[in-house]
Ligand binder design. Sequence first.
Ligand SMILES: Nc1nc2c(ncn2[C@@H]2O[C@H](COP(=O)(O)OP(=O)(O)OP(=O)(O)O)[C@@H](O)[C@H]2O)c(=O)[nH]1
Ligand SMILES: [Zn+2]
Length: 372
Amino acid sequence: MLRAVHRAASDLRRGTPVLIEGPQGPLVAAAAEVVGARGLAELAAAALAPPVLLLAPVRAAAVLQRPIAAAPPGGAEGRKMEEGVVALRPGPALLEPAALRRLADPVAERLLPELPELIPPPALSPAALALAKLGRLLPALVAAPARASAAAQLGLLSVPAADVLAYPTTAATTLARVAEARVPLENARDARIVAFRAADGGIEHLAILVGEPEKLAEAGGAPLVRAHSECFTGDLLGSLRCDCGPQLRGAIRRMGDEGAGVLLYLAQEGRGIGLVNKLRAYTLQDQGLDTLDANRALGYGADERGFLVAATMLRALGIPRVRLLTNNPDKMAGLAACGIVVEGREAHRFAANGVNDKYLETKAERFGHLLR
Ligand SMILES: Nc1nc2c(ncn2[C@@H]2O[C@H](COP(=O)(O)OP(=O)(O)OP(=O)(O)O)[C@@H](O)[C@H]2O)c(=O)[nH]1
Ligand SMILES: [Zn+2]
């Protein structure tokens, strides 16, 4: 079940259409960002009706140059605008690879050849958008109801919509320890790295254990824990745009000083949108958007991370109670909702550096990050 989703996301990434299966018959979909002439021809061969464009509501509003009310997915009430999906009927000038790429990408935005018309989204649209996000692609697709025989006849991959929507939970709950090694660190010599992998062999997450936090937990204690989302630019390159580097090294140093702790190094780059999209978000931020609106302009949510990954790893390590090193109240609530007892919070704030000042302000003002 994980495997089919994984393979379908990979096909989307290479511009090949996939079939998303539901009770009313399949939807054939290809990613607007990468689809080429061959993918569009395959899509047309599978389709029962002319293709439509599926976009996140914020992106659709930007394309149409007016505010729109998003249809909540599956008619569910109370969903956030950023979780909905909007369908547009394109004319022939838009059904062409370069125009589709411009439609998907606000960074590449130039005048579109025509303004498409708003129509009700076909069934299974939310799963199509979710699959593009799992592939870390821009959530923009060209899609059409498809013939049930299309998978066999055209050799397209087919995946149940329900499996796509369940993927984040399934992947998080099937994480298991696969490797472990002692790795003395500059500021914490007694450190080990434990690697976790999901049942589909997908993306791996790491736990860095300083000292013996498991023993502390066994005795009923709550070790110092940091759930750190990967940040290639900040953690590795020392980017000044964010505070990730100082937070990462600061957490290890603190655990070294205290003699015990766990740093979960989570493969959730860019708050879950991936490195490529984070770079796009940075371009939008240089054009004036803040970190939250930049994510939304791309069609992603402000924060796409789930906390089940961290909770599953902590449970597997035998650490059900934690003192969490964070300024983010959502992390505490998220871990608690996944069954981890958050006994306390330790502030983890570093001074602004002259470049990340606005980023830190936005985290406090719009994400509700605690200032101390
Ligand atoms: N999309 C996006 N992601 C960013 C941006 N700046 C940093 N990030 C990502 O944000 C994540 C940093 O999150 P964390 O430090 O784990 O958590 P936090 O939500 O800031 O909360 P704390 O625990 O208080 O640090 C990393 O995955 C970074 O790649 C940005 O401008 N846009
Ligand atoms: Zn960062």
